[in-house]
Design a binder for this molecule. Structure first.
Ligand SMILES: [Zn+2]
Length: 429
C-alpha cells in the first residue's frame, strides 16, 4: 500500500504538493480567523503563493501563536467537531486540537500508509501498548489506521507486563506498538516467568516516544539491549498532534518517510531560511487536507536532518533522520552545537555510571557551560578520563564532569514541580 505519488519523481512530488498548497492557502484565507488576520497583518497576497519556495514569503507560526490564539485556529463550527485532543504542554498552556469526521479519516489514512511502511498488512495483528484516551491523539490514530488497513488490533493500553504477556500469548500479535524502553520490562517479566522469547510470534515493534537509532541509523544502546534478548525488528516512528502525520521507517531503516499528500516539510535555520541539504535544522510543517485546525509553516521545535535520495524500498519521498534534539535545548559549547540526547547516549554507554544529571548554565561571559554530575561506585581518575575521551571522540568536546553521591543527583533530578525525573537542568531559561 504505497501511494502512487510516493513513487513519483521528486519534481512530480513538488508539483503535486504545490497544488495542495494553493488549496490550503485558499482554505485558510476563507475559514481560519487566525490566518485571515495573519495574512492581512503581514501583507500576504495569497495569489502570490504558488510554489514551495513562495512559502518563504509567509512568516512562520509558532507554539506561542497556538497558545495565545488557540480558538482562532479552528476553521469549523462546533457541530462539525468530533474529537478533541490536547498537546501536553510542558511549558505554558496546553493547546487544544479539534478534529472533524474528515480529519479522523485523514488520520486513519495517515496511519494506514505509515503502518504499511513498516510492512504491516491485513494479515497482521497489532498489540497497542499506549493509551487511547486522556485526550491523546496517537492511540486513536493507531486504532483507526489498523482498522483502515484491515489489521487486527488488541488495545491493551500502557504498562502492566502481566496483561501484555497474557495478550501476546493468547492472541499472537505480530507487531507491538510501544515505548521502546517498555520492551525491557517485558523482557524482564518473560525471563522471570519462563516465557520463551524465541517463540512469541512477535515479528517487530513500532517504537514511539524514544529514539532507537543514532544519527548514522545504527541502533542505539537501548535498541541493542532489546534485541540482545528478544530478536525482533525495531521500527522508529515520529509524529505529533500538531502534524497529525507520522514519519515511519520502512524496512530499509534509513529515516522516517514523508507522506507528501499529508504535509509539507521544511527544515529551517534560525532565520527561517531552509538549511543547505544535509544540515540539521528545525522541522517546520504545513498540514495538507486538514479541515478543523490546519497549520501553515508551524515550527515544531524539533531539530532534524532530511535525506532526499530515493529509498531502496521504492519510495522517493524525503526521509527524516532521528530527532537530534529540541531547539530550546540547543547548547552552544566551545564552538560546537550540542543537544542533550547525544550526551545521554554517551553516558548511558558506561555501565560504571549509576546515575547522572546534566546542568547547563550561562557563565560570566554569557556563553553556555555544561556540568555533568555522575554517581558511580568506582570513583576514579581513570573513569573520568575514559568518559572525557568518549565525549571528545563522539562530540569533539568534553564538558566538565564531576562525581556526586547518587542521593545528591536524585535531589537534582526531581525538582519540586516535576512529576518525572529530569536528565537535564537548564538554568539558562
Ligand atoms: Zn524506504
Amino acid at each position: 500500500m504505497i501511494p502512487e505519488i510516493e513513487k513519483a519523481s521528486t519534481a512530480e512530488i513538488k508539483t503535486f504538493q504545490e497544488e495542495k498548497l494553493k488549496e490550503t492557502i485558499k482554505y485558510l484565507n476563507e475559514n481560519s480567523p487566525f490566518y485571515k488576520r495573519f495574512f492581512k497583518e503581514n501583507g500576504i497576497q495569497i495569489s502570490e503563493i504558488k510554489t514551495l519556495e513562495d512559502l518563504q514569503k509567509i512568516p512562520v507560526t509558532t507554539k506561542d501563536h497556538l497558545q495565545k490564539f488557540n480558538n482562532d485556529f479552528i476553521c469549523v463550527s462546533k457541530s462539525e467537531i468530533i474529537d478533541y485532543v490536547t498537546t501536553s504542554g510542558t511549558l505554558g498552556d496546553p493547546v487544544t486540537f479539534a478534529l472533524t469526521d474528515k480529519d479522523l479519516e485523514r488520520l486513519a489514512y495517515n496511519e494506514a500508509i505509515s503502518f504499511a511502511c513498516c510492512g504491516i498488512g491485513k494479515e497482521d495483528t497489532l498489540q497497542l501498548m499506549t493509551t487511547m484516551d486522556r485526550r491523546f491523539m496517537a492511540g486513536l490514530a493507531y486504532f483507526l489506521g489498523a482498522r483502515k488497513l484491515g489489521s487486527g488490533i488488541i488495545r491493551v493500553g500502557s504498562g502492566i507486563p502481566e496483561l501484555q504477556w497474557d495478550s501476546i500469548l493468547k492472541f499472537k500479535p505480530t507487531y507491538l506498538i510501544t515505548v521502546p524502553s517498555f520492551l525491557l520490562k517485558l523482557i524482564e517479566y518473560a525471563q522471570q516467568h519462563d516465557i520463551d522469547l524465541k517463540n512469541t510470534g512477535v515479528k517487530a515493534a513500532i517504537c514511539i516516544g524514544e529514539p532507537i537509532r543514532e544519527q548514522d541509523f545504527s541502533l542505539n544502546i537501548l535498541a541493542k539491549k532489546i534485541i540482545k534478548d528478544w530478536d525482533i525488528e525495531l521500527f522508529s516512528t515520529y509524529a505529533s498532534t500538531e502534524m497529525s502525520t507520522a514519519f515511519n521507517e520502512c524496512e530499509i531503516h534509513k529515516g522516517g518517510h514523508h507522506h507528501p499528500g499529508l504535509i509539507i516539510a521544511e527544515i529551517l535555520d534560525e532565520n527561517n531560511i531552509p538549511v543547505p541539504e544535509g544540515e540539521v535544522g528545525e522541522l517546520t510543517i504545513t498540514t495538507l487536507g486538514v479541515e478543523a485546525m490546519p497549520l501553515l509553516r508551524f515550527k515544531t521545535g524539533d531539530m532534524v536532518q532530511a535525506y532526499t535520495l530515493p529509498c531502496k524500498c521504492g519510495r522517493n519521498t524525503l526521509r527524516l533522520g532521528p530527532v537530534v534534539g529540541r531547539k530550546k535545548q540547543m547548547i552552544k559549547y566551545k564552538g560546537t552545537t550540542l543537544y542533550p540526547p547525544a550526551m545521554y547516549n554517551i553516558l548511558n554507554d558506561f555501565s560504571g555510571i549509576e546515575s547522572y544529571v546534566i546542568e547547563v548554565f550561562h557563565n560570566e561571559l554569557g556563553t553556555d557551560e555544561i556540568l555533568i554530575k555522575i554517581a558511580s561506585s568506582t570513583i576514579s581518575e581513570e573513569l573520568l578520563l575514559e568518559i572525557k575521551d568518549h565525549f571528545r571522540a563522539k562530540l569533539r568536546v568534553a564538558p566538565k564532569i564531576e562525581f556526586a553521591s547518587s542521593q545528591d543527583i536524585e535531589v537534582i533530578r526531581f525538582p519540586p514541580l516535576s512529576r518525572k525525573p529530569v536528565d537535564l537542568i537548564d538554568r539558562r531559561l
